[in-house]
Design a protein around this ligand. Structure first.
Ligand code: HPA
Ligand code: ZN
Length: 338
């Protein structure tokens, strides 16, 4: 067993490594304290009165259980300032954890479908991104994610609303209830997004079958897969992910909280890393799953026995798998060449 002091040294090591977070839903970073504060500010009545009441509700059997609470939580986000405050709070956490770059997903449909304008959502979030660059030196990119339980037509409407803000949004993503909502459902809208010059990602193989990962790659043409755990069942797929170095944004604390795996000891991150896949670790919805990026590194270190070399490769991969340009990547990667 590694000594307490060795673990302590290693934990400060990964905090010091330059890291990118590539799989983070900004609505999933809504901490209970801020949720209650915004509910009060916006006159929204909730069944929760105290932080503990919310924390007690964080007990999920599956993805849908979580999504029900997550969408319920978004109801307190009303004004542009609310989106700013939420996003800025996330960057503050990043600044304490050695995160140099964050690729942030946001779900416009969960706001526009309850009457909040696209403008308020995007301006609040993107102003916070600019402020974070000034205050903490953290760069970022925004990923507009379509809700896959809604129709492709609804996604097209959202893409249209985004046109005016094209310069603020880097990529398109696909999230929400995976089962029975295959990537192919969004084939046309992804084609249109590609024509408009967006980069493409999608959640696939979190709860859904391995075929959804193939669809995301071959039909939607994504450059990166969010989660992708189901690839452990398909040798040919893993070979494709290795050959083309298609990144996976894995989320260990999320997988435990949503019972995607029965125990952290069974998490495939290190096996996949050692096979040569470009895997990264991320926090997904940190306010709901009990951990920001450092807790995910700690979980992998403490339960899977990740070595210093593994942790360093995971951090390095996060830069390589990001949407930063080559020069920016190289700037961060010099740390790993020392
Ligand atoms: N999976 C799918 N959709 C989501 C998630 C997730 O983990 N978090 C927020 N939306
Ligand atoms: Zn996610």
């Amino acid at each position: 067993m590694r000594s307490f002091f060795l673990n302590l040294m290693m934990s400060s090591l990964y905090i010091q490594m330059p890291k990118a977070e590539l799989h983070l839903h900004i609505e999933g970073s809504l901490e209970a304290e801020l949720l209650l504060k915004l509910a009060q500010r916006n006159n929204i009545s909730l069944p929760y009165k105290k932080v503990d009441d919310i924390h007690r509700a964080l007990n999920f059997r599956c993805l849908q259980d979580f999504l029900d609470l997550y969408y319920y939580g978004t109801n307190v986000l009303i004004e542009q300032d609310d989106f700013f405050e939420l996003t800025y709070a996330y960057f503050k956490r990043c600044s304490e954890q050695g995160i140099v770059h964050a690729e942030i997903m946001f779900d416009p449909q969960s706001h526009t479908n309850r009457g909040i304008s696209f403008d308020k959502v995007i301006m609040g979030i993107s102003n916070a991104c600019q402020q974070a660059k000034l205050d903490f030196g953290i760069s970022s990119a925004l990923i507009l994610s379509f809700l896959r339980h809604l129709t492709e037509e609804d996604a097209f409407r959202t893409l249209k609303q985004a046109e005016k803000y094209r310069d603020k949004i880097t990529a398109i993503g696909l999230d929400s209830s995976e089962l029975d909502n295959p990537p192919i459902k969004f084939k046309q809208v992804y084609q249109e997004a590609k024509n408009q010059g967006y980069r493409l990602t999608a959640h696939a193989g979190e709860e859904g079958p391995v075929d959804y990962i193939w669809q995301a790659i071959e039909i939607l043409g994504v450059e990166r897969i969010d989660h992708g755990n189901a690839c452990i069942e398909d040798h040919a797929l893993r070979q494709t992910l290795i050959n083309y170095q298609i990144p996976l944004t894995l989320c260990p604390t999320s997988n435990v909280a949503l019972k995607v795996i029965s125990d952290i000891k069974h998490h495939p991150v290190l096996d996949l890393l050692h096979q040569g896949l470009l895997v990264t670790i991320n926090s997904d919805d940190p306010a709901y799953f009990g951990g920001y990026l450092d807790e995910n590194y700690a979980l992998v270190q403490n339960n899977l026995g990740a070595t210093e070399q593994d942790l360093s490769l995971l951090a390095r991969n996060s830069i390589v798998a990001s949407m930063l340009n080559e020069a920016e990547k190289q700037k961060h990667l010099t740390f790993f060449k020392l």
